[in-house]
Design a binder for this molecule. Structure first.
Ligand code: MSP
Length: 508
């Protein structure tokens, strides 16, 4: 029986079109989902759109449309972006769908049953942009700590007794050191919770665009309670569905650092109240700036991921975003950096290795996997690739250190290129064809391992590389990275084709 693995992206607000931040979270989740699949897990990968709330309602009013129409239109853009980025999500949930509304209401009822929801009235600050409540002492120059505008809200509201969950949350963090990563973010969450938790307003009455509170339809559910519930409603909650049994609790929620508090504090408390198990891990990634500047619509520097894919290619964009900054840290986007990174590591290092090796095999070995009699240097290189593969797996599965994983894959190619130079197979052709064959075999086998490891990151090129090595589909699995599944001498290989073209810096 395969081990199950459930991973989610945040669900994206439909008040706007997708940008690089959305692409980033989705790609990271996709790398994880693809890796887990080739690692033999039964994966469920969920994405979707967050369609309720005041922000969506206000944007629709501003655009002279209805919230539902705005949601219908923009949800499609998010869905299409996932396709463009080669994201392999198994489901896409919209919070305006019936399955979600019913599930979210059921979750409310379950929380109510625990006695942790009560009616009161809220007066305080609210930021529509962040869809978040702020305490007076959190404000910075009259704005939210995020820089968003806040407004004073006074209305009847249901509250969730979050204050009662402080100790249970601290115990959760204490007992499960891998529950929140990176560590710095984990410490922030812990000190926030230690600072004392106030009860949370979980319903609104001054606008309509939300899921009605069961039994009191003047209220709509707070959009974050509605949104977080998607992770279970997509599995069929409240029904005892196979998906709920197989996939809940989630193995990994990947989110941006701005929404960690909602996932690491509110969400587990809601789940405890609803008597549901807590997810195993939440990873908060950093934020991208654009050429040193904060990305914002008002600055007009929003990066369109569709345009990036068109200009540079999908694998190239995926590679750059996963490689450029250690996952969890902030980083800066620039087209020059993308071009430099892709050219150095994909075109010059890995691409060039494939090109050299495959064309030599094509010309000198009758386009067949060559015969081999290993020498120590061959064994050493293959052992290095094997050990690296295992490290890559650990970095991905346990740490989500995607950048380090890619660096390790690139190191295999660097070593292999050094091996090409040191063994100079082109000179061996006349002097020692047997040795040439072994050198080329070793290199082809190295390429096979690189191809397998690249599958989650650059799926198109990785599959193309494995096609060129005639690796069967059913052998494109992590456990095939070792000698037991090595290339078979005599296997015919197709004509080699370039994998990663060099990108040109365009000067306008
Ligand atoms: N709707 C909520 C999430 C609800 S999940 C139950 C939301 N949506 S969002 O569309 O605003 O953001 C989605 C993701 O995009 C977040 O993880 C956020 O961190 C990420 N990013 C938005 N801008 C970003 C950057 N500039 N850089 C990196 N990621 C950023 O929040």
């Amino acid at each position: 029986m395969k081990e199950n693995f459930y991973i989610t992206t945040p669900i994206y607000y439909v008040n706007d079109k997708p940008h690089i931040g959305h692409a980033y979270t989705s790609i990271a989740c996709d790398v994880m989902a693809r890796f887990m699949r080739i690692d033999g897990r039964n994966v469920k990968f969920l994405s979707g759109t967050d369609e309720h709330g005041q922000k969506v309602e206000q944007t629709a009013a501003k655009n002279g449309t209805t919230p539902q129409k705005l949601a219908d239109e923009n949800s499609v853009h998010f869905r299409e972006l996932l396709k463009t980025l080669n994201i392999t999500n198994d489901d896409f949930i919209r919070t305006t769908e019936e399955r979600h509304k019913q599930g979210a209401q059921a979750m409310w009822k379950a929380m109510m049953k625990s006695g942790d929801i009560y009616l009161g009235s809220y007066s305080g600050w609210y930021s529509v942009r962040d869809e978040a409540y702020y305490q007076e002492d959190e404000l910075v120059n009259g704005k939210a700590p995020t820089g968003a505008d806040v407004e004073w809200v006074e209305e009847p509201s249901y509250f969730f007794r979050l204050s009662a969950y402080q100790d249970r949350l601290l115990e959760l963090y204490e007992k499960n050191p891998k529950f929140i990563d990176p560590e710095g973010r984990r410490n922030e969450v812990i000190s926030f919770v230690k600072g004392g938790l106030k009860d949370l307003s979980i319903s609104r009455t001054t606008f309509k665009w939300g899921i009605p509170v069961p039994g009191d339809e003047k209220h709509v559910m707070y959009v974050w309670l509605d949104a977080l519930a998607n992770y279970v409603t997509a599995l069929g909650y409240p029904f005892n569905s196979t998906d709920m049994k197989d996939f809940w609790p989630a193995d990994l929620h990947i989110v941006g650092k701005d929404i960690l508090r909602f996932h690491a504090v509110y969400w587990p408390a809601f789940l405890m109240a609803a008597d549901l198990p807590i997810p195993l891990r939440i990873f908060a990634h950093g934020w991208w700036t654009n050429e040193g500047q904060k990305i914002s619509k008002s600055l007009g520097n929003v990066i369109d991921p569709n345009e990036l894919v068109q200009s540079f290619g999908v694998d190239q964009v995926r590679y750059f975003l996963m490689r450029e900054i250690p996952f969890g840290m902030d980083g800066d986007f620039s087209r020059d950096k993308l071009i430099t990174r892709v050219n150095a590591e994909l075109a010059n290092n890995i691409g060039n290795l494939a090109q050299r090796v495959l064309s030599m095999i094509n010309k000198n070995c009758d386009a067949k996997v060559p015969q081999y009699k290993f020498e120590d240097s061959d064994k050493k290189l293959l052992a290095f690739a094997f050990v690296q593969a295992d490290k890559v797996r650990n970095e991905i599965i346990y740490e989500q250190h995607f950048s380090r994983a890619l660096e390790m894959i690139s190191q295999i190619a660097t070593r292999a290129n050094e091996f090409v130079d040191a063994s100079a197979p082109w000179t061996l052709k006349k002097e020692n064809p047997e040795r040439m064959a072994a050198v080329l075999y070793t290199l082809a086998e190295c390429l096979r391992r690189i191809g397998l490891l690249l599958l989650p990151f650059t799926p198109e090129a990785a599959n193309k590389l494995l096609d060129q090595l005639a690796v069967a589909q059913e052998q494109r699995l992590f456990h095939c990275v070792g000698a037991g599944s090595a290339l078979k001498p005599g296997t015919s290989l197709p004509a080699p084709e370039g994998l990663f073209p060099r990108l040109e810096i365009k000067t306008n």
